[in-house]
Design a binder for this molecule. Structure first.
Ligand code: G6P
Length: 607
């Protein structure tokens, strides 16, 4: 979703802002803009569409060394030139970029209109810049603070003004913001990828903190003017990790990175021969975990699918009642949190607004709040009592792939960690962990079948409705396979527990409808073969993901992709890979923008 970049220092700001904005493109956006503050006024250039469009209208003689930039994902007001950020006050002396939503914007707009302010845009953001301008009494930082006290909602903002040309004032509440610390320069951003090319030293702002930066220094205070001492932290990601490295798309790169990503995720955490898992981030709460009476997993999108695998894992290995909840539902229900309840938020970005709110709700009700998060320093990671990082590296493609594998791997390790502290034997844990350690190599062998997956996509590319069916541990994979296909190729796809097909969806099956069965060997193999027969007899095209050496299924399916055998609870880590590849090739064949699918955002920071 929306992205913020800001620069103060000795270099011209424009190229740094544009480079930063390009690094944020993956988050999803529909317009972009930049603003520069000079003593004689503020200049703003903005336009609907891609950053390449903005580049065509920019004045490259701009040499200001202070500036802010923004990519907007429309919420209030259409995605057009006018509604693009930065927004200016009526006097043209203040420019502001904003991520988040100002919930009481209508009341504030009415109030400001009654004072004679004329609004130019349909956005909620413009009220903020106009309000700061109205409250300005010679100190930009103080007027920003005064204005923010009147605002309800979420914000990450950055403001420049011709009153203080070498200064950026920025603040956050519910929307991420960090400050990269360079040599005589500061780069503000809503996402670390925008600053990595310049520095790895970073200060993370917390909610209700305001920062004033100029090239000589940085000052952090709360909205109520209490000084805050911030630590400089180091970003562990590298620049290469956020670049394509020879791949055509980030999604393909990230699918192929899965063996290495999972090795990193497991490194130093498993001693398989002893049946032991070490998870440093939860060591302090291990006794609470051992005594847990109930586990609630909460997440959105792909992370929710990983959570569903987690539900099966925790029931099998930990034997604790477990449920998985959509974060958007959990946060607004009246959830029952009893003593001994653990709420575990799963989120790649650590910024998803619903997941973050669900976690807050759970904490308020006394649950132990855990996180399974990829982005270190993210809002959710900071809000948890304890947690486990994925360590799979940055994920840029909007369609989540390696983060899903990382989430499932972490949940598997966590289930084993807790299981061992309850009733799981050392031998059973050793067998489980040895199988987990084999997964990266097994994924590599699946990746060698990339061409076979492409052939499946080619053979079915003209079909507009697909079904994905699985049972047990493969049911979440069916959901994930369908989601991957629809989000990037715009083909309609549904994932279901295979047995549910008979309760409605079977009516959809007509000649040539692709039905993807995740039909690996396991406890429900015979049942799923029965479901395949039902589809065949109605003319559907059967695409099967099956276990290596399964020859029976070749007689029943139109196409088969084989995956190596593993323990049933770990099968999702393997069977999801061909489905990611099929979705990828379908999107390429349909000429879709794989890494930036329409209307979608990598990190959904609004409700
Ligand atoms: C968006 C992304 C999905 C992701 C979901 C949850 O919808 O497009 O890929 O699964 O958000 O994101 P999170 O960062 O919380 O895992």
């Amino acid at each position: 979703m929306c992205g913020i970049v800001g620069y103060v220092g000795n270099r011209p700001a424009l190229p740094i802002l544009i480079e930063g904005l390009k690094r944020l493109e993956y988050r999803g956006y529909d317009s972009a803009g930049v603003a520069f503050a000079g003593a004689d006024g503020v200049t703003v250039t903005k336009s609907k569409g891609r950053i390449s469009v903005l580049e065509h209208v920019l004045d490259y003689s701009e040499d200001a060394t202070t500036g802010i930039g923004h990519t907007r994902w429309a919420t209030h007001g259409a995605p057009n030139d006018l509604n693009a950020h930065p927004h200016l006050d009526s006097a043209g002396q203040l420019a502001l970029v904003h991520n988040g939503i100002i919930e009481n914007y209508a009341a504030l707009r009415q109030y400001l209109t009654s004072l004679g302010v004329e609004f130019k845009t349909d956005t909620d953001t413009e009220v903020l810049v106009q309000l700061i301008s109205k409250l300005y009494e010679g100190d930009l930082e103080q007027s920003v603070k005064k204005a923010l006290k009147e605002v309800r909602g979420t914000f990450g903002i950055a403001v420049v003004s011709s009153h203080e040309p070498g200064v950026i004032v920025a603040a956050r509440s519910g929307s991420p913001l960090l400050v990269g610390v360079g040599d005589g320069e500061y780069i503000l951003a809503s996402d670390a990828s925008a600053i990595l090319a310049h520095t790895k030293q970073v200060i993370y702002l917390e909610d209700n903190e305001v920062v004033r930066v100029c090239k000589d220094g940085i000052r952090t205070t709360t909205i109520d003017n209490v000084p805050v001492t911030k630590e400089i932290e180091e970003i562990e990601w590298t620049l290469e990790q956020i670049e394509l490295g020879g791949y055509e798309h980030f999604m393909l790169k990230e699918i192929f990175e899965q063996p290495a990503a999972l090795r990193n995720c497991m490194r130093g955490r498993i001693i398989s021969s002893e049946g032991t898992v070490h998870l440093g981030g939860i060591a302090d709460v291990s006794r609470e975990l051992t005594r847990a009476k109930r586990i609630i997993l909460t997440a959105c999108g792909t992370a929710w699918h990983a959570g569903l695998v987690g539900e099966y894992l925790f029931e099998d290995l930990v034997r604790v009642p477990t449920e998985v909840e959509y974060a958007s539902e959990f946060r607004y229900r009246n959830p029952i949190i009893e003593d001994g309840t653990i709420v575990l938020a799963i989120s790649q970005s650590g910024e998803t607004s619903d997941t973050s709110a669900a976690l807050r709700e759970a904490k308020q009700r006394g649950a132990l709040a855990l996180g399974v998060v990829n982005v270190v320093g993210s809002s959710i990671a900071r809000a948890t009592d304890a947690g486990v990082f994925l360590h799979v590296g940055p994920e840029i493609g909007v369609a989540s792939t390696k983060a899903f594998s990382g989430q499932v791997a972490v949940l598997a390790m966590l289930a084993c960690y807790m299981g061992r502290r309850r009733h799981m034997s050392q031998g059973a844990a050793a067998e489980f962990l040895e199988a987990l350690e084999r997964i990266p190599d097994q994924i590599s062998s699946i990746l060698e079948q990339n061409d076979a997956c492409k052939a499946v996509a080619e053979a079915n590319i003209n079909q507009d409705n697909w079904l994905y069916l699985g049972r047990g541990y493969q049911y979440p994979v069916a959901l994930e396979g369908a989601l991957k296909l629809k989000e990037i190729s715009y083909i309609h796809a549904e994932g279901l527990p295979a047995a549910e097909m008979k309760h409605g969806p079977i009516a959809l099956i007509t000649d040539d409808m692709p039905v993807v069965f995740i039909a690996t060997k396991g406890t429900q193999y015979a049942k799923i073969i029965g479901n395949i027969e039902e589809v065949r007899s109605r003319g559907g095209r059967v695409i099967a993901v099956a276990t290596e050496g399964d020859t029976q299924i070749e007689k029943l399916a139109d196409s088969v992709i084989h995956v190596p055998d593993t323990l049933e609870p770990l099968q999702p880590l393997l069977s999801v890979v061909p489905l990611q590849l099929i979705a990828y090739h379908a999107a390429v064949l349909r000429d879709c923008n794989v890494d930036k699918p329409r209307n979608l955002a990598k990190s959904v920071t609004v409700e």
